[in-house]
Design a protein around this ligand. Structure first.
Ligand code: PXP
Length: 236
């Protein structure tokens, strides 16, 4: 199972003082050096953390895989076509949200998404959709022609009651198996940390995890390389 590290919150810290440090690009390079299989970032409509300048630099220096999360808007499509990341992950976005709140509603937007995705794929970009572990939504992902899906683990990560957690794990496992049977690679992410990652690691159909906040929070104390290495050792 691979690990992609989301470096958004190095940029959040930089923007807390509208400063030029910490440098997210340096964090990304050190994460790669520590064994990360890919770097993820989310360019938001409000540019609260990652900005175009970061994307251009990431594109130049990242040697593993650059995955940019973005809303399925015309503005973002233009940016993707200029930067040409390896992967674009389409996510829903609400201005007031603290973080992405759920999977994209693919079912209600099939016609729009199919064209949007095709244009990005024509430029050689692979497309992922962040989706809840809901089989109808996964069917819709197949219909719109994605290359892979990222299953939202947020409900699992947020659940405090064991019964709820077990149900959430079951749903993620079923969704990953379902996606694999449809020929879609299944990634997973959101809210994963050093304590809750284990049951997700045990799902064989999941090939990659996308983890941000918990790694950056730990990096603030132990450094990014150590934080990435510790997460990789839990995955392995
Ligand atoms: N996957 C997606 C689609 C996300 O939007 C995020 C948060 O930016 C993550 C994974 C990583 O979540 P976390 O920061 O909670 O690890």
């Amino acid at each position: 199972m691979r690990l992609s590290v989301n470096v958004d919150h190095f940029a959040t810290l930089r923007e807390a003082r509208r400063s030029n440090e910490p440098e997210p690009v340096l964090a990304a390079l050190l994460a790669e050096q520590a064994g990360a299989d890919g770097i993820v970032c989310h360019i938001r409509g409000d540019r609260r953390h990652i900005k175009e300048r970061d994307l251009r630099l990431f594109r130049q220096v990242i040697k593993t895989k650059l995955n940019i999360e973005m809303a399925a808007t015309e503005e973002m499509k233009k940016i993707a076509l200029e930067i040409k990341p390896d992967v674009v992950s389409l996510v829903p976005e609400r201005e007031e949200e603290l973080t992405t709140e759920g999977g994209l509603d693919v079912l209600s937007n099939i016609t729009y998404l199919r064209t949007h995705i095709q244009e990005l794929q024509n430029a050689g970009i692979k497309i992922s959709i962040f989706v809840d572990p809901n089989l109808k939504q996964i069917d819709a992902c197949k219909t719109v022609g994605v290359d892979l899906i990222e299953i939202n683990t947020g409900k699992y990560a947020d659940s405090k009651v064991e019964k709820e957690r077990n149900k959430a794990i079951q749903e993620i496992q079923t969704a990953a198996r379902y996606a694999k049977n449809l020929g879609l690679e299944a990634h997973a992410g959101h809210g994963l940390d050093y304590k809750n990652i284990r049951p997700i690691v045990e799902i064989p159909e999941i090939t990659e995890l996308s983890i941000g906040f918990s790694i950056v929070a730990r990096a603030a104390i132990v450094g990014i390389e150590m934080a990435v290495r510790e997460m990789i050792s839990l995955i392995d």
